[in-house]
Write a protein that binds this ligand. Structure first.
Ligand SMILES: NC(=O)c1ccc[n+]([C@@H]2O[C@H](COP(=O)([O-])OP(=O)(O)OC[C@H]3O[C@@H](n4cnc5c(N)ncnc54)[C@H](O)[C@@H]3O)[C@@H](O)[C@H]2O)c1
Length: 406
C-alpha cells in the first residue's frame, strides 16, 4: 500500500492499538515501516536494552542479534526484543561472530567503559557502522586511539554523547550557537543533581579503574556540552570533590568503592570563557541545569524528574534578551512515548541521527574528537581532585605526547 501524508504518531499507535486491532495486511496508518538496516548490540545491560528499545520504536532499523557474556543480560535482551518483534533474536558466541555477520549493517557498543578500546579494535576490524557508548574510554590515551580509528573509518563511527539531543540542550544549542541570541558567550554554568549510580553488571561503575571515575563516566556528557557551548579548547581545570554519602559501606569483589559522589569543577577556555559544573549524586530526583551568559543575553534551561505524581519530566528554557529583542520562557519537550523510551528522548534522537547518518554517509553530530575532549576534561577534573591542584591541559597532554592537539 503506498502511503500519504497523514500524521503517523507512535503515541497514537500505542494508544489506539498498533498491534492487535487489525491484521498486518489491513494496516495503513499504523503500519510499521520496513526496516532499512539491521543492528547488533554488544553488551545488553541497562544501556544495551535502551538501544534495543529505541531502535525498535524508531522503526527504520531493527535489531538482528546480540552478544553478551552474561546470561541474565541475554535473557533481558530476548525479553525486551520480544516486546517489539516475533522474530528470533540471534545470539552470538563472540564479538567477532556478531561483527562478521553479513546480514548486519551496524554495531551498537554498550559494554562497560574500560572494555571500549578493546571492543572497538575488534568491531572496527569488520568495517560496519558503529555507535559507541560514552565515555569513549577511561583514559586520554585510549580516547585518542579511538578517535584515530574513527578518523580513518570508512563507515559511520558515532559516539554516544546523546545529551546533545535532550530537548532542553537541543534548544539551548540552537539559541546559543545557531541563532546567537546571547551574543558572545562569556560564562557557562552546569548543574547535575541526581540519584546515586545504579547497580551494574559486576558493579564496574563503583570503581574508577573500570569507569574512569565519576567525572569521566557520568560527567563526560556535561563536559561535552560545556566544550560545545564554549566552542574552544580547555586550558585549565580545577576541581574539588569527595564521596560524601554514597557507597561508603559498599564492598564487592574488587574491594571498596573509590568513586566521587559530588564535585565542583571550574574550566577556563582558550577564548576566555569560564565555566563551572556542580555535581551531587545523593538527591531524590534528577535535576539538570545550564545557565549561559553572553554579552547580549542570558539563557537558563533545566529539566527535572522528581518522581512525584503528575508529569514525571518537567523542563523549561528561559531566554532574556534585554530591550532589543523578544525574550521568552517555554517548555521544550518530546512526545511522552519518546521521552519515556530513555534519557528524556535523547537516546531516540541519537539513534535517529545514527540512521540518518548511515543513509547520507555523513557523520553529523558530536564527533569522536568531541568525545576525546570530554574525556580530557573529565580526567583533568579527576586528577585535580586527587592532587588538589589546577591542571594545565597543555601539561597533561604533553605528558601523553599529545601536545600537538593544542
Ligand atoms: N549515554 C548514556 O546516557 C548512558 C547511560 C548509561 C550507560 N551508558 C554507557 O553504556 C555502557 C554500558 O553501561 P550499562 O549501564 O549498560 O552497564 P551494564 O553493566 O548494565 O551493562 C553492561 C553489559 O555489558 C556486558 N559486557 C561486559 N563486558 C563485555 C564484553 N567484553 N563484550 C560484550 N559484553 C560485555 C555485561 O555483561 C553487561 O551485560 C557504558 O559505557 C556506560 O557508560 C551510557
Amino acid at each position: 500500500m503506498s502511503r500519504g501524508k497523514e500524521i503517523r504518531s507512535r503515541e497514537f499507535a500505542g494508544r489506539y492499538g498498533h498491534g492487535d486491532l487489525v491484521e498486518e495486511k489491513d494496516k495503513y496508518l499504523f503500519a510499521r515501516e520496513t526496516p532499512h538496516y539491521r543492528f547488533n548490540v554488544i553488551g545488553t545491560g541497562t544501556m544495551g536494552l535502551e538501544h534495543i528499545r529505541v531502535t525498535m520504536l524508531e522503526g527504520r532499523a531493527t535489531i538482528h542479534g546480540v552478544y553478551d557474556p552474561a546470561s541474565l543480560s541475554i535473557e533481558n535482551a530476548k525479553k525486551t526484543f520480544a516486546n517489539w518483534s516475533a522474530d528470533e533474536l540471534t545470539i552470538y558466541d563472540s564479538i567477532e561472530a556478531a561483527c562478521s555477520d553479513p546480514s548486519v549493517d551496524g554495531i551498537i557498543i554498550c559494554t562497560p567503559n574500560f572494555t571500549h578500546v578493546d571492543v572497538v579494535r575488534k568491531v572496527a576490524a569488520a568495517g560496519k557502522h558503529i555507535l559507541l557508548e560514552k565515555p569513549v574510554a577511561t583514559t586520554i590515551e585510549d580516547a585518542y586511539e579511538i578517535a584515530g580509528i574513527a578518523d580513518k573509518y570508512a563507515a559511520i563511527f558515532q559516539v554516544g554523547l546523546q545529551y546533545r539531543y535532550k530537548a532542553i540542550f537541543t534548544e539551548a544549542i540552537h539559541e546559543a550557537l545557531e541563532r546567537k541570541t546571547l551574543g558572545d558567550i562569556k560564562t557557562i554554568s552546569m548543574v547535575e543533581q541526581r540519584i546515586p549510580f545504579l547497580d551494574k553488571v559486576g558493579q564496574w561503575n563503583k570503581y574508577s579503574q573500570f569507569s574512569g571515575g565519576t567525572l569521566v563516566e557520568k560527567c563526560c556528557h556535561y563536559f561535552d556540552l560545556i566544550n560545545h557551548f564554549a566552542q574552544s579548547k580547555p586550558v585549565q581545570v580545577y576541581a574539588s570533590g569527595s564521596a560524601a554519602v554514597n557507597f561508603i559501606e559498599f564492598e564487592h569483589e574488587h574491594g571498596k568503592s573509590d568513586i566521587l559522589d559530588n564535585a565542583m569543577v571550574v574550566i577556563v577556555y582558550e577564548n576566555g570563557i569560564r565555566a563551572n559544573f556542580q555535581l551531587s549524586m545523593f538527591s531524590p530526583m534528577i535535576y539538570e541545569e545550564v545557565v549561559l551568559c553572553g554579552d547580549e543575553g542570558h539563557l537558563k534551561a533545566w529539566e527535572n524528574q522528581d518522581f512525584l505524581p503528575g508529569s514525571a519530566l518537567k523542563s523549561q528554557i528561559e531566554i532574556h534578551a534585554g530591550e532589543s529583542r523578544p525574550s521568552r520562557i517555554t517548555s521544550p519537550s518530546y512526545p511522552v512515548i519518546i521521552e519515556e523510551s530513555g534519557h528524556s528522548g535523547a537516546t531516540f534522537f541519537e539513534h535517529a541521527k545514527f540512521v540518518d547518518n548511515i543513509g547520507t554517509g555523513v557523520a553529523d553530530g558530536p564527533t569522536p574528537m568531541d568525545a576525546f575532549w570530554s574525556v580530557v576534561v573529565g580526567v583533568a577534573a579527576e586528577e585535580s581532585v586527587a592532587r588538589g591542584e589546577i591542571i594545565e591541559i597543555s601539561k597533561l597532554l604533553d605528558e601523553k605526547n599529545l601536545s600537538h592537539l593544542l
